[in-house]
Design a protein around this ligand. Structure first.
Ligand SMILES: Cc1cc2nc3c(=O)[nH]c(=O)nc-3n(C[C@H](O)[C@H](O)[C@H](O)COP(=O)(O)OP(=O)(O)OC[C@H]3O[C@@H](n4cnc5c(N)ncnc54)[C@H](O)[C@@H]3O)c2cc1C
Length: 372
């Protein structure tokens, strides 16, 4: 179709896939370039917990999260593939060595819990399966013409300050575009080298975005029917692991975060055994149903974080035309992906936005002194 806007989205995590999904719905011709495979990073290894109102203390983020939560509910009905969506009750628990007192907890949570409180209801907290969700977005977008290209973005081609295309490693061919989106999660800092020199000077992307490593395990309990739809946020031995039982009967547990160097190649990320073993032990302390569960997966991935206010970066790259970025969603990227995708697609296709996203503008870092 002539006159169709050509957009290249760099990065096939949940953010890039969501952007691709909404752009294709608005009629753009989108190519999604992914280095390894769709959802190979945090987007395939996250918990997938969704909270409608937990960010309300920050008005801008609160509005983004509420919108995104509602979009998740809508997508769970409209996407053709099952994305593991369900509403959950959510509790915080303090796990201790002290003897168990009777607590208002589901039967399977029978370990030494010193205290508990309700922190989310099955109206305001929910979950998706992040890997299934990201793939479902891509599959739906393919029906609207999305093309997925496996390759490594090496550079952006410029005419002055206007982004004109993308060059991939190992190819001389330039992929031309009317707009380009960087959605490379924690690897988005590498896009600093793609910027024109004058932009590099005022917008030090390489120092703004960084990765924070976290571990997770997936357990397969014998008696799946006993595990109810309760998410648990724990306080255990000065750590704060989280437990998310999934609709398929498996139980996802994450925690043990640390700031360590991010390998350039996502396939080179390896979990630390001691951190995964800690999560296995924690599961057995919290629940006798989880004590002898089969450990199906031990894994690690990196949260995409931003320095300063720690909020996402969504919008046009300063002093450029045709280049956009969406990253830095930290521990709420699965939740906030649909709204990020929808709103950025509005900016790119309609030059307007149904929610004010100025608070997430990349320009808030321009010429600022950066402190980690
Ligand atoms: C343990 C853990 C649990 C979490 N739990 C939750 C949760 O319960 N709820 C929630 O909302 N969020 C959660 N998150 C956060 C969420 O997972 C992230 O915010 C989100 O996945 C980030 O998505 P992304 O698309 O920005 O990045 P990523 O998923 O990292 O995707 C970036 C993609 O870019 C690709 N890429 C990199 N470089 C290039 C290149 N040069 N060319 C082409 N492609 C490239 C990578 O291969 C990767 O696929 C969790 C995170 C972790 C680590």
């Amino acid at each position: 179709m002539s006159g169709q806007k050509k957009v290249i989205v760099c990065g096939g995590g949940v953010i890039g896939s969501s952007i691709g999904y909404y752009l294709t719905k608005k009629g753009a011709a989108v190519t999604l370039i992914e280095r390894c495979e769709i959802a190979c990073g945090a987007s395939g290894k996250a918990g997938g917990f969704l909270a409608k109102d937990w960010s309300d203390s920050n008005p801008s983020l609160g509005k983004l999260s509420r919108k995104s939560f509602d979009l998740h509910v809508e997508l769970s009905k409209t996407l053709k593939k099952d994305v593991g969506f369900r509403f959950l009750d959510t509790k915080s628990i303090v796990v201790s060595e002290s003897p168990k007192k009777k607590q208002d907890l589901p039967d399977w949570v029978d370990g030494p819990i010193r205290s508990q409180s309700d922190i989310g209801s099955n109206k305001t907290t929910a979950q998706v399966h992040p890997h299934l969700f990201t793939h479902a977005l891509v599959e739906a977008a393919k029906e609207n013409g999305l093309k997925v290209h496996i390759g490594v973005v090496e550079n952006i081609i410029w005419e002055g300050q206007v982004a004109k295309g993308v060059k991939l490693f190992g190819s001389d061919q330039i992929m031309e575009a009317d707009a380009i989106v960087i959605a490379m999660g924690p690897w988005s800092h590498l896009a600093h080298q793609f910027l024109p020199d004058n932009v590099k000077k005022i917008f030090p992307l390489n120092d703004i975005i960084y990765g924070h490593k976290a571990h997770s395990i997936i357990l397969d309990p014998k008696d799946k029917n006993k595990i109810t739809a309760h998410a648990l946020f724990a306080d255990y031995l000065k750590t704060d692991p989280e437990i998310y039982p999934r609709p398929d009967g498996t139980v996802y547990i994450c925690g043990k975060a640390e700031t360590v160097e991010l390998p350039e190649d996502p396939s080179k990320i390896v979990p630390k055994d001691e951190h995964c073993d800690f999560l296995v032990k924690f599961a057995g302390v919290v629940s006798s149903e989880l004590l002898n569960a089969q450990v199906k997966v031990k894994q690690a991935c990196y949260l995409p974080c931003s320095i300063g206010d720690g909020q996402p970066m969504i919008g046009a790259v300063p002093e450029t035309k045709g280049l956009y970025i969406a990253t830095g969603h930290s521990c709420w990227g699965i939740l906030n992906a649909p709204a990020t995708g929808l709103l950025l697609s509005e900016v790119i296709m309609e030059e307007k936005c149904s929610l004010n996203i100025d608070a997430f503008s990349p320009s808030r870092w321009v010429s600022r002194k950066l402190k980690k």
